[in-house]
Design a protein around this ligand. Structure first.
Ligand code: FAD
Length: 368
């Protein structure tokens, strides 16, 4: 091993050390040891101070998705409507955006602050690791999606499609949640949960495990999905629509769902395209043989920060006049995945890590 990297765990950076307009190192607080599991919030008990001198400093501290206060400050009310009262956090507590402010104090310039890539399909983790821990459902197309009053959303507000459009459609209702209604057949075929801990079969890298969990499991969905069905605060399961609606109304402050209205819409679904593009074979939702029926209350959930510290193509941090700050670089989500936000307002799922790696590579090459 070349030993060219030294990790300083439990070292919290509080300042970028600047001299004559150039970065010359970082300083901060050493924190008490903590045996928390991966992703859990750790203590911030100070055990001392530290300073590291360097020719170059790269800020790669992540986004703001775990800091609701900061999110509310930059919330794009004009585009999406007022910020939701209730949100879940799709990221650990350390994604707090604090270091972005510290970089601004040193002269860095943040752009596209109001561009957030959050999701509408969040469920409370019944076994949380971090504060307000939400898990995102990666939905297939067969679940029927209703607003808080039980009205089906109009296209393009479809499961897993046009995230910003659906965010606005939900907030326009005056409520900050919506509902999926589905059957056991749909949950088995089409529900996946985001996050490595929710996919132990895939993480095991053993095809045998994947086949056991996803193909040889009879009527059941994967273990983690079934656990959510059983323990999740947002899941209700019932043998008939009448009981389902009672349970749905029991989960919310106001009893807004009307059985007859929901029944009409479920029975009215006859779209030929369904037969061609769905993963779960089209089936009658209200036929008990396809059940039980399931409803899932969907919460708004934070995740990625699309804006950030402005840089040039060498990942050099730029000040408000577009001038590179000597010795200072930014990479990854802190830099909006590169440059201060290369995604624009929307993004393509799965393309975030690429921006982290490439902006990190540019920073490393140029800072070296
Ligand atoms: C559940 C989940 C699923 C995701 N799925 C995908 C996916 O499928 N595809 C995809 O492309 N992206 C995905 N993402 C997004 C992607 O994982 C993140 O955007 C990416 O990890 C950000 O990397 P980063 O290195 O910029 O920041 P982070 O991974 O957030 O790392 C920042 C590090 O800096 C440390 N830090 C922060 N402040 C300080 C400080 N003051 N002092 C010292 N250290 C500090 C933090 O502790 C942390 O270790 C997912 C994210 C989550 C949470």
């Amino acid at each position: 091993m070349s030993r060219r990297l030294t990790y300083l765990h439990r070292h919290q950076v509080d300042r970028l050390e600047m001299q004559n307009g150039a970065a010359v190192g970082v300083s901060g607080t050493t924190l008490a040891p903590d045996d928390a599991v991966q992703g859990a919030q750790t203590n911030r008990t100070s055990t001392g101070e530290f300073r590291v001198d360097a020719d170059a400093v790269i800020v790669a501290s992540g986004g703001i998705g775990g800091n609701f206060e900061l999110i509310r400050k930059v919330w794009p009310t004009e585009r999406l409507g007022p910020a939701p009262k209730n949100m879940l956090s799709g990221v650990p507590a350390h994604v707090d955006g604090r270091m972005i402010g510290i970089a601004e104090d040193a002269g860095g310039h943040v752009i596209n602050r109001d561009r957030l890539w959050f999701y509408t399909e969040g469920v409370k983790n019944w076994d949380p690791i971090w504060p307000a821990h939400g898990i995102r459902i990666l939905p297939g197309p067969s679940s029927m999606w209703f607003d808080a009053r039980g009205n089906r959303f109009a296209p393009p507000a479809m499961p897993g499609f046009d995230t910003n459009g659906t965010f606005k459609a939900i907030l326009d209702t005056g409520y900050d949640y919506s509902w999926f209604v589905l059957t056991q057949k749909v949950i088995k075929k089409e529900f996946a949960l985001s996050g490595s801990e929710q996919n132990p079969d895939l993480r095991s890298a053993k095809w045998g495990e994947v086949i056991k969990q996803r193909i040889l499991s009879g009527k059941s969905a994967t273990g983690p999905v079934e656990a959510f069905k059983e323990h999740g605060a947002d899941f209700v399961v019932a043998d008939n629509l009448s009981d389902l609606v009672k349970e749905m109304n029991g989960l919310t402050d106001e009893a807004l769902i009307e059985e007859a209205h929901l029944h009409r819409q479920i029975e009215a679904r006859h779209y030929r395209g369904d037969k061609l593009i769905r993963t779960a074979k089209p089936h009658r939702f209200l036929d008990p043989n396809n059940g039980p029926l399931i409803a899932v209350r969907l919460n708004l959930i934070t995740r990625k920060t699309l804006g950030g510290l402005k840089t040039n193509l060498d990942s050099q941090m730029l000040d408000a006049t577009n001038t590179p700050i000597a010795g200072l670089y930014a990479a990854g989500e802190a830099a909006g995945f590169g440059g201060g936000g290369y995604h624009g307002y929307n993004s393509l799922e799965g393309t975030f890590l690429g921006g982290c790696i490439f902006s990190g590579r540019a920073a490393g090459r140029n800072a070296g």
